[in-house]
Design a protein around this ligand. Structure first.
Ligand code: HEM
Length: 435
């Protein structure tokens, strides 16, 4: 039996973290608090590759040191993404996916592929995300940034920056690049949220009352809805090719054959979902720093050459993608700790980005880190396809905003999203003066 058909496979022996700690790592609410970092700090110091056995989840290893996260990420042949669930989901979720698709994944996409297949699929659109192509897209992204900043300026000096600015802007950029028309953005957001299943209580309320089969029906309905929606876009782009990502995906050929509908839809879904709340969270992280760190706003306003460092530190500080999962293709070692063939492995990016062995004063937001080897985009074969675009988007926004932003301060308690996967500030009330 391989790991796919045996989701509850026993793990190789090794240091087991305290049960309450493991349970906390499986609790979305903990990810909205500093307690997460207390746990990570303890693990980095005492048990850098630790087994976790929380109730309701298949057991897994948690990798918390920067060097070990990099080593696993670089060796995708030994630590593939697709053999077991690629995101951190509970055992019932894995079983439900098996029932629906016959594998641990609900959707086949770049993050669940490995080896030559992954390289071929990634190669289809990689050029679109490289700096050369992005230079062509830059004027449109700068224009959107100007629009968003103008809206912010019209808000009368107070807003919830996370809701009013950070969330809508990256969604608009990614939807434009995909070729989705503005009137459909809300529908896209709803379908992708339903597909992944909300964890935060604000979005989960409506689904909390549902039983497992009702819940599965919603998820399946969302996948069907996305398939219908994107199939129509693909049909259009086959008939009327344009300079957008949808045209590339719709007309993609691998090994002489057009790609299948599931692969096509998986491609749209990964781009549509990977590119917005991640970038939103990093943007909010920067605004939080500008609002709370005395002198930072004046410094970056006075010297725009500091913008790339501001953006990079914002991404490190926020580390929006908290975890991705791998498994071991063979018996292996991580940081000296043996792990068994088929074991499930969590890469705790947010821990790696606070590793005191790599970052001096890692909890400080500092634009003076040189270098800043943050690993929020992952590393190796699956390193974020959209990382240059994320940086460009963020830089465009602050380039448009900073010359106009005269002051900013907090205007209430910031609040974080409760999620074990992608999180960041959900509320960031600010008071500001803009020219
Ligand atoms: C600050 C913003 C972002 C962060 C922190 C981030 C983070 C990540 C991480 C950690 C991965 C690695 C997945 C893995 O190892 O399995 C990833 C992959 C990916 N990201 Fe991003 N991302 C960001 C923005 C974007 C944007 C703007 C796009 C596109 C519009 C994008 C598209 C993708 C895609 C397609 C993949 C899958 C690559 C593959 O598996 O080969 N991301 N991202």
């Amino acid at each position: 039996m391989n790991a796919i058909s045996q989701p509850n496979a026993p793990m190789g022996s090794g240091p087991v973290m305290p049960a309450d700690m493991a349970q906390k790592l499986a609790t979305p609410a903990v990810y909205a608090t500093e307690e997460l970092h207390d746990i990570y700090r303890w693990l980095r110091t005492n048990m850098p590759v630790a087994r976790a056995e929380p109730e309701g989840f298949d057991p897994f290893w948690v990798v918390t040191r920067h060097a070990d996260i990099l080593a696993v990420s670089k060796n995708n042949a030994m630590f593939p993404s697709g053999d077991r669930a690629t995101t951190f989901v509970n055992a019932a979720h894995v079983r439900r996916n098996h029932q629906i698709t016959g594998c641990p994944h609900l959707v086949k996409s770049l993050v669940t592929m490995d080896g030559p297949e992954h390289r071929q699929y990634r190669g289809l659109t990689q050029g679109q995300f490289m700096p050369g192509k992005l230079r062509e897209r830059a004027p449109a992204i700068h224009a959107l940034a100007e629009e968003v900043v103008a809206t912010m300026a019209s808000l009368g000096g107070e807003c919830d920056f996370a809701v009013d600015v950070s969330m809508p802007y990256p969604l608009r950029v990614v939807m434009e690049i995909l070729g989705v028309p503005p009137e459909d953005y809300a529908q896209m957001l709803r379908l992708t949220q339903e597909m992944f299943g909300p964890q935060d209580p604000d979005t989960a309320k409506a689904m909390a009352a549902l039983d497992a089969s009702q819940y599965s029906a919603i998820v399946q309905g969302a996948v069907d809805g996305l398939t219908t929606y994107f199939s129509a876009i693909s049909n259009d782009r086959r008939a009327n090719p344009r300079d957008d990502l949808a045209t590339l995906i719709a007309n993609a050929v691998i090994n002489g054959e057009p790609i299948g509908t599931a692969e096509e839809v998986g491609y749209y879904i990964i781009v549509a979902t990977a590119g917005h709340d991640t970038t939103s969270s990093s943007i909010s992280g920067i605004m939080w720093a500008l609002a709370t760190q005395p002198g930072l706003l004046d410094r970056v306003r006075a010297d725009p050459a500091l913008l790339p460092a501001l953006v990079e530190e914002g991404i490190r500080w926020a580390t929006p993608v908290k975890t991705f999962m791998r498994s071991a293709a063979e018996d292996a070692e991580i940081g000296g700790q043996p792990v068994g063939k088929g074991d499930w492995i969590m890469l705790a990016y947010a821990s790696g980005n606070r590793d005191e062995a790599v970052f001096e004063d890692p909890f400080a937001f500092s634009i003076d880190r040189k270098p800043n080897p943050q690993l929020a985009f992952g590393f190796g074969a699956h390193t974020c396809l959209g990382q240059h675009m994320a940086r460009l988007e963020m830089q465009a926004l602050f380039e448009a905003m900073l010359p106009r932003l005269e002051s900013v301060e907090l205007n209430g308690e910031p609040e974080f999203i409760q999620s074990v996967f992608v999180n960041g500030l959900k509320r960031l009330p600010i008071r500001f003066r803009m020219r």
